[in-house]
Write a protein that binds this ligand. Structure first.
Ligand code: NAD
Length: 309
């Protein structure tokens, strides 16, 4: 199948591209390289350097004529969305609308979108959280990602297209950028390997559902090969891990004896997050298969190699 992946030069997107190529698909990538990197796009995929908000996108999508669009590109930093909500909405909402318009014009019938679980549901006592739980995003990022889901559904209704939203848990793995506010696993791993201290926000007992990026790519690949599956599906492991536990395991893997330092709690930080992925299991036959220890080992190995380069 010919698949167009937006954001294919980024962390999650580049793993999706690798997996789709391995499955024998023809892959084109649209990415403006804002946080993505050209060298992450394999030579077997064609990279179109283009912003989702650029009018040129129509020509790119029409030229590729994909059977499926996988929409991964986003402004993915919660902190940036708080300091600059206009920019966040411009990429995540207007960019998505630009893509859907280009799809409508080019007659694309299938779209798979990577949204967010934790930032969409917000703080809740319903754990693991199912898809029909009310959405209470507490950041502009959560609002823009959920809004884009609505546009996707609307596009499907108006054009006869089929849209599937995958609400991802906290993704980790090789190629995650440890700079800025990236995932805690990338930050801790790169700091531990370079001998820098790690700061845990607050008491470190806050939990997240950490899903390995290869498992996320597997979910997307199944979504691409299941064109009739529509709606929303959570992509998570169903297991909660505290930040303290992550530090303990990563310190062991990197052979660091020092304890983490504790800083002030982040105001408004969610206490717990855990997704119910039963729907992904029944609709896509998907469940996370990479145990945390295995995923962390692979992540540490990748960061070790990167630091030596
Ligand atoms: P990332 O920043 O590595 O990837 C985003 C990609 O989109 C980059 O390659 C970037 O250059 C590209 N991009 C950004 N703005 C663009 C624009 N205007 N036009 C074209 N391309 C643009 O982030 P990521 O962590 O790989 O996240 C990928 C997706 O997964 C996002 O949609 C994010 O909301 C979602 N998600 C990620 C996580 C996570 O834990 N990483 C969790 C839930 C959901």
């Amino acid at each position: 199948m010919r698949v167009l992946v937006t954001g294919g030069a980024g962390f999650v997107g580049s793993h999706v591209v690798d997996r789709l190529l391995a499955d024998g698909h023809t892959v084109d990538v649209v990415d403006n390289l804002a946080t993505g990197r050209r060298d992450r796009v394999p030579a077997a995929a064609r990279l179109h350097v283009c912003d989702l908000r650029d009018a040129r996108l129509d020509d790119v999508v029409a030229g590729v004529r994909p059977a499926v669009v996988v929409h991964v590109a986003a402004q993915a930093a919660v902190s940036r969305s708080v300091t600059d909500p206009r920019f966040d909405a411009s990429v995540n909402v207007l960019g998505t609308i630009g893509l859907l318009e280009a799809c409508r014009r080019a007659g694309v019938r299938r779209a798979v979108y990577t949204s967010t679980g934790g930032a969409g549901y917000g703080d809740t006592d319903v754990l693991p959280t199912p898809e029909d739980h009310p959405l209470r995003p507490s950041s502009p990022y959560g609002v823009s990602k959920i809004t884009a889901e609505r546009y996707l559904e609307c596009w499907a209704g108006l054009t006869g297209g089929r849209a599937l939203t995958l609400r991802l848990a906290n993704v980790y793995g090789p190629r995650q950028d440890p700079a800025g506010e990236a995932g805690v696993i990338a930050i801790f791993t790169s700091r531990l390997l370079s001998g820098a201290p790690c700061i845990v926000n607050g008491d470190g007992e806050q939990t997240r559902d950490y899903v390995y990026v290869g498992d996320v790519a597997d979910a997307v690949a199944r979504a691409v090969s299941s064109p009739d599956v529509v709606g929303v599906a959570n992509i998570g492991t169903g297991a909660e891990t505290t930040v303290n536990e992550l530090y303990r395991r990563l310190a062991q893997l990197t052979e660091v004896r020092r304890s983490a330092e504790h800083g002030p709690a982040k105001p408004g930080e969610q206490r717990r997050s855990l997704l119910d992925a039963a729907r992904a299991k029944s609709l896509l036959g998907w469940s996370a298969t990479t145990p945390l220890d295995q995923g962390l080992t692979q992540t540490v190995a990748w960061f070790r190699k990167e630091l030596k380069r």
